[in-house]
Design a protein around this ligand. Structure first.
Ligand code: FES
Length: 170
């Protein structure tokens, strides 16, 4: 039976529609009275009831690594390991940033920003130390720690590694 069946049925009572105020539960009700036959339509807002448990779970696919193109063995060399003196350091650019790469022991490399933590001048390697030409600060080339102020904070480390004959960004 449809609404049209009800409307065309043998009744003389007028059709009425009235809305009732929504109760506090968030459920609204609309009552339609058709010729003495009462129908109630109830709607419930479900949008606010969805939970994360109903969301589809993301699952890793076999080609995730290929899609990003990330290949840890494909890092571009910063410089040749042979160009970094053992027990010393050299100034280089790492991804466009002035940096220092040092080799405290044969085959072990560390790197730091070359920007002085005092007022931003560029430090220069001097054996196992890094000198700032602006106000005389001095840093340890193997740890980045301040050896002499006015700088108070150490140089920020940059992650590097030895890969084959080269130093690369880690
Ligand atoms: Fe380096 Fe001042 S900027 S000591």
């Amino acid at each position: 039976m449809s609404i049209d069946d009800i409307r065309t049925g043998p009744t003389s009572a007028p059709d009425t529609v009235r809305s009732e105020p929504a109760p506090t539960s968030g459920v609204s009700r609309r009552v339609v009275s058709l010729g003495g036959i009462g129908l109630a339509a109830v709607s419930v807002g479900l949008a606010a009831c969805s939970s994360p448990a109903t969301q589809p779970a993301e699952s890793p696919s076999a080609d995730d690594g290929a899609a990003t193109g990330s290949d840890p063995s494909g890092a571009a060399p910063i410089l040749a390991l042979a160009d970094v003196p053992v027990g010393g350091a050299v100034a280089v650019d790492i991804e466009g940033a002035p940096s220092i790469v040092a080799q405290p022991e044969a085959g072990t490399v560390v790197a730091f920003t070359a920007i002085c933590t005092h007022q931003g001048c560029k430090v220069t390697p001097a054996d196992a130390k890094l000198d700032c030409p602006c106000h005389g600060s001095q840093f340890d080339a193997f740890t980045g720690e301040v050896l002499r102020g006015p700088a108070e904070a150490p140089l920020a480390a940059v992650a590097v590694a030895v890969e084959g004959d080269n130093v690369v960004k880690a």
